[in-house]
Ligand binder design. Structure first.
Ligand code: SF4
Ligand code: SF4
Length: 153
C-alpha cells in the first residue's frame, strides 16, 4: 500500500514538472520562422547562392585565376578565362571570367571557393530558394550571380 502511494506521488510530480516545462515554453517568445508564410530571417553568415562582386569602379573583381574551382570539393565551378583588352576592360586584372558557372545540383555550400578567392570576388549571398524539378535550371551563369552596378539601394 505504502509503495503504491509513493508511486502515485512520484508520477504526479513528474507530470507536474513536465507540464511546468510545457507552459513555460508556451509563454516564451517564438524562435521558429513562419516561412514560407513570413520572411525567413537569416544570419549574416548564412551561405546562400553565390554573388560575384565588383570593385568601386564597377569592374568585376574576378580575375579568372581558377583558385575557387581548384578548391571546390565537388568540381561544380566551371570557368573560361579571357584577356582584358585596353578598349574593353572587364576586370581589374589581366584576365576576366568570360564564363563563370556554378552547378547548384552539386554545390554543398561549403564556402571553400569563397575562402580560396584572393580578390574577394566570390561571396555567399542570402538567396536560398533554388529548388527545382529540372536540374538543368540549377546551373547558374555569371550573369545570374554578378552584382549590379551601381549597387541596388
Ligand atoms: S560552396 Fe563549396 S561546393 Fe559550392 S561552389 Fe563553393 S567550393 Fe564548390
Ligand atoms: S572567383 Fe576568385 S578565385 Fe575564382 S577565379 Fe575569380 S578571382 Fe579566382
Amino acid at each position: 500500500m505504502g509503495n503504491k502511494v509513493t508511486d502515485i506521488l512520484g508520477s504526479a510530480s513528474a507530470i507536474a514538472k513536465g507540464m511546468g516545462v510545457t507552459f513555460k515554453e508556451m509563454m516564451s517568445p517564438t524562435v521558429t520562422e513562419d516561412y514560407p508564410d513570413g520572411p525567413a530571417m537569416l544570419q549574416e553568415r548564412y551561405r546562400g547562392k553565390h554573388e560575384l562582386q565588383r570593385d568601386a569602379n564597377g569592374m568585376e573583381k574576378c580575375v579568372a585565376c581558377f583558385l575557387c574551382a581548384a578548391a571546390c570539393p565537388v568540381n561544380c565551378i566551371y570557368i573560361e578565362a579571357e584577356e582584358n583588352q585596353d578598349q574593353k576592360r572587364i576586370s581589374g586584372g589581366e584576365r576576366y571570367a568570360s564564363v563563370y558557372n556554378i552547378d547548384y545540383s552539386r554545390c554543398i555550400f561549403c564556402g571553400y571557393c569563397v575562402e580560396a578567392c584572393p580578390t574577394d570576388a566570390i561571396t555567399h549571398g542570402h538567396d536560398f530558394e533554388l529548388a527545382s524539378y529540372n536540374t538543368s535550371t540549377l546551373v547558374m551563369r555569371k550573369e545570374d550571380m554578378l552584382v549590379p552596378f551601381p549597387p541596388k539601394k
